[in-house]
Ligand binder design. Sequence first.
Ligand code: HEC
Length: 143
Amino acid sequence: MDYEVYTLCRRVLGEGMKSKINLFIKGGSFEMKHILVLVIGIAILMGSAMSGSLAQAQEGSADKGKELFSAKKCGLCHTVDGSGGKKGGDLSDVGDKRDAEWLTKYMKDPKSLLPEAKMPVFKGSDEELQDLVAYLMSLKKAN
Ligand code: HEC
């Protein structure tokens, strides 16, 4: 289990213990077992939601990347799904051909991977770069 998820579970379970005791004192009609099941359920839900958003923070958002692709004028030189420029080639299935690591490196410094590269160096934040790479990785023939 992720360390974050583990600590989160412990925190939620800790809260659960407190409310269990409260209910007990107030003479609530909930059975301990039910509360425990509920608390564990919530912990798992929150845990997976959190690790999901963590993964997204690392991998970037393909939706934002798609917006950036037009905002940064990539389409002037690149075709995706039949529209765009021809100079840079078709990127409609670049997600099948390249991996995220290659794309990230290439965008930062095209010449480091293709000595003859004519592609301009990407200008933008690391976050924007991650979003763009997430979008590029989503461009696959199978979709
Ligand atoms: C001025 C034209 C131009 C623009 C603008 C441009 N590119 Fe390119 N790009 C190229 C060319 C030309 C290549 C072919 C390889 C080379 O010469 O670097 C290329 C190659 C690529 C490749 C590698 C494809 C492969 O599998 O070999 C990716 C990925 C890519 N571009 C993404 C982008 C993205 C994302 C943007 C917008 C931020 C962008 N490009 C903007 C010209 C451009």
